[in-house]
Design a protein around this ligand. Structure first.
Ligand code: SAH
Length: 245
């Protein structure tokens, strides 16, 4: 826990006793439930701490330039698409209690787990939705309703563009943690991102805190409305990602 606290501190986030207890309880629930179903491949405390918790916190790394700083996240409306065990959504919610977050996953076992976590940790302003991004982004309650959209380890960027950009409001930001070396994927997704309403991607290499392999944070700023026909039906963004106009 000290290592996690130190990592958060490097980002300007000082975890109080309640937040530390929340991380502890979250870790216990991950360990318990991942014995019962396929929740996450990372099952030891060291892996949960390094690969799930600390690596998620890298989203808050003050990257400088034209991208969000940790303070920026306070009070924002966020959504995490394909959150799985709550990565990065739950981690960020614990670190930033003022964040309003919606956690989306199509897998019912995972969303049941997330509901258990939200109740056990007494997380405020946290909504769990079992559903597909393609359908939710066509609903007025969710379409262009979020200041920040996260998705980690869900799909290649050319598909992910269609699953994330429609949720961002104009002026909002899509933040996608990717393993370092994402240039080719970013390039491959450039036409899709533009069609969906994003400015050209900004990619920032981030290797701190923690000792996980280096990541790239890929940012898409939403500058115009997503055309009505996107996202297309379930599975289509995967089967035939948008290529060009
Ligand atoms: N973000 C987590 C989980 C990654 S696994 C992490 O980084 O550990 C990808 C998750 O995305 C799975 O739980 C899967 O159920 C979910 N998923 C995949 N496609 C989806 C879609 N179209 N809509 C909602 N959830 C989706």
């Amino acid at each position: 826990m000290d290592f996690l606290r130190a990592a958060a501190h490097k980002l300007g986030v000082d975890l109080d006793e309640n937040q530390q207890a929340q991380f502890e309880r979250y870790r216990e629930l991950i360990e318990l439930r991942s014995k019962q179903f396929n929740l996450t491949g990372l099952k030891t405390w060291e892996k949960i701490r390094n690969e799930l918790f600390i690596r998620s916190l890298r989203v808050l790394s003050p990257a400088g330039g034209n991208v969000p700083t940790p303070e920026w996240f306070t009070d924002k409306r966020a959504i995490d698409i394909g959150t799985g065990a709550g990565i990065p959504g739950i981690v960020l919610k614990i670190a930033l209690p003022e964040l309003h977050i919606t956690l989306v996953d199509s897998n019912q076992k995972k969303t049941n787990f997330l509901t258990e976590v939200v109740n056990a940790l007494e997380l405020s302003n946290t909504k769990v939705i079992n559903g597909r991004a393609e359908e939710l982004a066509q609903q007025n309650d969710h379409r262009e309703q979020y200041d920040v959209v996260f998705a980690r380890a869900v799909a290649r960027l050319n598909e992910l563009a269609e699953l994330t950009i429609p949720f961002a409001n104009i002026g909002g930001t899509v933040i996608l943690p990717k393993s370092h070396g994402s240039e080719e994927e970013v390039e491959e997704a450039a036409a899709a991102a533009e069609i969906l309403g994003a400015a050209p991607a900004i990619t920032i290499p981030v290797n701190k805190p923690g000792n996980s392999p280096p990541d790239d944070m890929v940012y898409w700023m939403k500058i115009s409305s997503t055309p009505d026909k996107f996202p297309r039906s379930n599975g289509i963004p995967h089967q035939s990602p948008i290529k060009s106009r």
